[in-house]
Design a protein around this ligand. Structure first.
Ligand code: 0O2
Length: 209
């Protein structure tokens, strides 16, 4: 039997710590007045019902959750532009407070569902009163458009339990293509957008400017 409060405690601690660290990266870009490749960061610990569902679906024994379920601790880093994703991944690779154990590129290899995102699985050392415990966490890095699509698809998936009616399936496919197109268009006018954002930020910080 899993004692969920005890089992999830280091995951909760890891998510809280990683949220502070990853949000801190954005703050550093802002302080240096450089375009931040990170728009915002979220984090969550997978709810117990979702852990149980996924374990059943993937035949993961409950005593192997810590090694075989990589996204009990989950972080998301949202970017404005597709190119920013590469920069964020580089920044993660250069850190020495965790180890990257796996990377999955669902951007160059999008999933059949239309899902696009870059996943980095890390081994993160949590300091506890009983010593250090390394836990797995998954960081999903995606653009705002990818995130919008994934959030909507996730809700519909939950509603229809993966069995989408044909019209919804087709609309989601079309929406995934539209999100891809939006990312491409935004990339093309990236410099214009960033220039406008720089002027806006300077004006906000210094109204006399
Ligand atoms: P939740 O509610 O986000 O926690 P698999 O389940 O085999 O596809 P695996 O091996 O766990 O995937 O690793 P993967 O694909 O790197 O990560 C799974 C997570 O990625 C999912 O977690 C989602 O967050 C996201 N994801 C993967 N595929 C899709 C997709 O087609 N649509 C959406 N919206 N999200 C996706 P969970 O456990 O599904 O759910």
């Amino acid at each position: 039997m899993v004692h969920w409060d005890d089992f999830l405690a280091p995951y909760k601690q890891a998510v809280e710590e990683l949220k502070v660290k990853l949000k801190g990266m954005r703050t550093q870009f802002e302080r240096d007045h450089i375009h931040s490749p990170i728009e915002f960061v979220t984090g969550r610990v997978k709810p117990v019902v979702s852990i149980l569902d996924k374990a059943a679906q993937k035949n993961i024994p409950l005593d192997k959750l810590d090694t075989e379920m990589q996204d009990i601790a989950g972080l998301r880093m949202m970017c404005q532009f597709v190119d920013d994703i590469r920069r964020v991944v580089e920044l993660l690779r250069n850190r020495n407070d965790f180890e990257i154990v796996e990377e999955r590129n669902y951007i160059s290899h999008k999933k059949a569902s239309g899902y696009r995102s870059y996943h980095v699985v890390i081994s993160y050392p949590v300091q506890t009163i009983h010593g250090e415990k390394k836990i797995l966490a998954e960081i999903q890095i995606r653009t705002l458009a990818m995130n919008f699509w994934a959030t909507v698809e996730h809700s519909l998936n939950y509603k229809y339990k993966g069995q989408f009616p044909e019209d919804i399936r087709l609309r989601l496919k079309g929406a995934a293509e539209a999100a891809f197109h939006l990312d491409e268009e935004m990339s093309k006018i990236r410099h214009e957008i960033q220039e406008a954002q720089r002027i806006f930020t300077t004006k906000k910080d210094n109204p006399d400017f």
